[in-house]
Design a protein around this ligand. Structure first.
Ligand code: ATP
Length: 499
C-alpha cells in the first residue's frame, strides 16, 4: 500500500487533506491526475448503468436531508460501530477489529495477547505469545494461539486483554456503540430541533424520492434509480489509505422489483453485471471474488447480500455490496412520513411497495482497486537499447486520466514543433491529452508510463515528408507508423470502444 500511496502523492493523484496543517485523518484531496481518473470512473459507471440501460434513471439528491429520513431508515438508532477506548494512549479502536487470545501452556493461562485485524495477525499474535512466555520465564510447550474477536470477550476479560497500542493490560474499555453519522445544525439555532446529519449513504435519497420519480418519469417496475454522490461516516479507525475514509463517494442503485419477482435470479444478474463492469474498467477477473453473507449475519429485513471482493494491497476486501433488501426502506418511509409510496402495477392491476436489489459501490474503493491492478514494475529497453526498470500504470484507456501524449521529437525544429502542436490541438478537442517537448524522448515516454498514459504520439522528420506519426503503446512499448487520420480511428476504437 505504501508504494501506491507514495506514487499517488508524487504524481499528483491524491494528497492528504489539509496537509500543510498536518492533515486530517480520514480525509483526502484528489490532485490534477486523481480528479481525472475519478471522474472517468464515475463517467464510465454512469454511461454503462444509466445511459446504457433503458431501465435505469439518475438522481442527484441533497446531502443534508430532513432528520426524520435517518430516524425512519434506522440510522439514528442503529448506524453505529462498537468502539473501544485505550485509557492510557487515548487511542480509539473498532472493537470488531481487535483480536485477542489466551496464551496457554499445558492448559494453564499465563496471560493474553492482542492484535489489530490484519492479514498477518495470526503470525503477530504467535510472536507476541512467545515474547510473553519469555518475559514470564514460563516453561513448557505453548498451546496453539486461538484468536477471538474482542466482541466475544467475557466481561471479566476486558482488564486482562492488553491494549494493541501499548501492550499494557487494564486500559481497554468494554465495547460501546458509536454512531457514525456526522451531525450539524441547520439554521441559526443550535438546539436539538436544528440537528441534521451529513448523509452516511446516498441510498436513502433514492427511497425518499421514489414517489416523485414514479410520478414524473415514465418508469415501470422493474426499474432502477442511480445516484453518485458524497457520503460521510465518522469512522472510528479510518485506515488503509482511501479504502476506509470519513468522506467518500458512492455509486448506488436501487433496483425496484415486484414482490413476486424471481429475486434470486435478478440478484445473480446484478452480481454478474457488476463484475463484468469491473473487468471493463481494467480489473482482472482473477482478482475479484464473491463473499456471500451467511443468513445469520443478514439484517432482519434482508433476503441476501453478496459482496464483490478484490485483492487490495491489504488483503481480499469488500469492493461492492449487492443486497436484496425487500421493501423495508419504502415501508419505513411510508409509515414515518404518512405518505402513500405504493406503486400501481398495470400488469398485475394492483398496488404494492416494490422490493429492491441494491448494488452499492464506493468510488474511492474502485479508484484504489484500479490503482492496485494498474501498478506494474517491469523492464524495457532505454534509448541505448539497454534494459531499464520502469514503473508503469496500466490503466484501461477508457479511464486513464490522460489518453495520449504528443511529442515533437526535437524542440528546436519549428516545423516539427508546429506540426506536433496542431495534432495536439486536434486531439484535445475530444480527449484529455498532453503536450511534452522537453527532455530526451525516452524520458518523456517514461514520465507518461508512470502516470498511465496509454498512447505516445511522436512527430519526427518523416512526418514532415509523408504526414505519418509514430504511435507508441504504453504496455508493449512497440511503435507503429500511421497517418493522423488512422491515428484518430485507432484512438477512438481503443478509448471510446467500437461503435
Ligand atoms: P465496510 O464493511 O467496509 O465498512 P459497509 O458494508 O459498511 O463497508 P456499505 O454501507 O455497504 O459498506 O457501503 C457500500 C460501499 O460504500 C462499500 O462497498 C464501499 O465500497 C463503500 N464504502 C463504505 N464505507 C466506506 C468508507 N468509510 N470509505 C470508503 N468507501 C466506503
Amino acid at each position: 500500500m505504501s508504494i501506491i500511496e507514495g506514487l499517488c502523492k508524487r504524481r499528483g493523484f491524491i494528497y492528504r487533506s489539509s496537509e500543510i496543517y498536518g492533515g486530517l485523518n480520514g480525509f483526502f484531496d484528489y490532485g490534477p491526475l486523481g480528479v481525472e481518473l475519478k471522474n472517468n470512473i464515475k463517467q464510465a459507471w454512469w454511461n454503462d448503468f444509466v445511459h446504457g440501460r433503458d431501465d435505469i434513471v439518475g438522481l442527484d439528491a441533497s446531502i443534508i436531508m430532513h432528520p426524520n429520513v435517518w430516524r425512519a431508515s434506522g440510522h439514528v438508532a442503529g448506524f453505529s460501530d462498537p468502539m473501544v477506548d485505550c485509557k492510557e494512549s487515548k487511542l480509539r479502536f473498532r472493537a470488531d477489529q481487535i483480536y485477542f487470545a489466551e496464551v496457554k501452556i499445558d492448559g494453564h493461562t499465563i496471560g493474553y495477547v492482542s492484535v489489530l485485524e490484519d492479514e498477518g495477525m495470526q503470525a503477530e499474535a504467535e510472536k507476541k505469545a512467545h515474547e510473553l512466555k519469555r518475559k514470564k520465564g514460563a516453561q513448557g510447550e505453548l498451546e496453539p494461539v486461538a484468536l477471538k474477536n474482542y466482541m466475544e470477550a467475557k466481561p471479566g476479560e476486558y482488564d486482562l486483554i492488553p491494549s494493541p497500542a501499548t501492550g499494557n493490560t487494564g486500559t481497554l474499555t468494554p465495547p460501546r456503540d458509536f454512531n457514525l453519522m456526522f451531525q450539524t445544525y441547520v439554521g441559526a439555532m443550535r438546539d436539538e430541533t436544528a440537528v441534521a446529519y451529513l448523509r452516511p449513504e446516498t441510498a436513502q435519497g433514492i427511497f425518499v424520492d421514489f414517489k416523485n420519480i414514479c410520478d414524473t418519469s415514465r418508469v415501470k417496475v422493474p426499474f432502477g434509480i442511480a445516484q453518485i454522490g458524497k457520503a460521510f461516516r465518522n469512522e472510528i479507525t479510518p485506515r488503509n489509505f482511501i479504502f476506509r475514509s470519513r468522506e467518500f463517494e458512492q455509486m448506488e442503485i436501487e433496483y425496484f422489483i415486484s414482490p413476486e419477482a424471481d429475486w434470486k435470479k435478478l440478484h445473480r444478474e446484478w452480481i454478474d453485471a457488476c463484475k463484468k463492469w469491473f473487468v471493463s474498467i481494467g480489473l482482472p477477473e482473477c482478482e475479484l471474488a464473491e463473499d456471500v453473507h451467511p443468513k445469520e449475519k443478514l439484517a432482519h429485513y434482508a433476503k441476501a447480500c453478496t459482496d464483490i471482493t478484490f485483492h487490495f494491497p491489504h488483503g481480499l476486501q469488500e469492493l461492492q455490496g449487492i443486497a436484496v433488501r425487500g421493501d423495508f426502506d419504502l415501508t419505513q418511509h411510508q409509515n414515518a412520513s404518512n405518505k402513500n409510496l405504493e406503486y400501481f402495477d398495470e400488469n398485475l392491476k394492483r398496488k404494492y411497495l416494490p422490493h429492491v436489489i441494491e448494488p452499492s459501490l464506493g468510488v474511492d474503493r474502485t479508484f484504489l482497486a484500479v490503482m492496485t491492478a494498474a501498478y506494474t514494475e517491469d523492464e524495457v529497453p532505454n534509448d541505448k537499447g539497454q534494459p531499464e526498470k520502469r514503473v508503469v500504470l496500466k490503466f484501461s484507456p477508457r479511464i486513464a486520466p490522460l489518453k495520449a501524449a504528443v511529442f515533437p521529437l526535437v524542440k528546436n525544429k519549428p516545423e516539427i514543433f508546429e506540426k506536433a502542436k496542431s495534432i495536439y490541438e486536434r486531439l484535445r478537442r475530444r480527449w484529455n491529452v498532453f503536450f511534452d517537448a522537453s527532455g530526451a524522448i525516452g524520458r518523456r515516454y517514461r514520465r507518461q508510463d508512470e502516470i498511465g498514459t496509454p498512447f505516445g504520439i511522436t512527430v519526427d522528420f518523416q512526418t514532415l515528408e509523408d504526414g505519418t506519426v509514430t504511435l507508441r503503446d504504453r504496455d508493449t512499448t512497440q511503435q507503429v507508423r500511421m497517418s493522423v487520420e488512422e491515428l484518430i480511428w485507432h484512438l477512438t476504437d481503443k478509448i471510446d470502444g467500437k461503435i
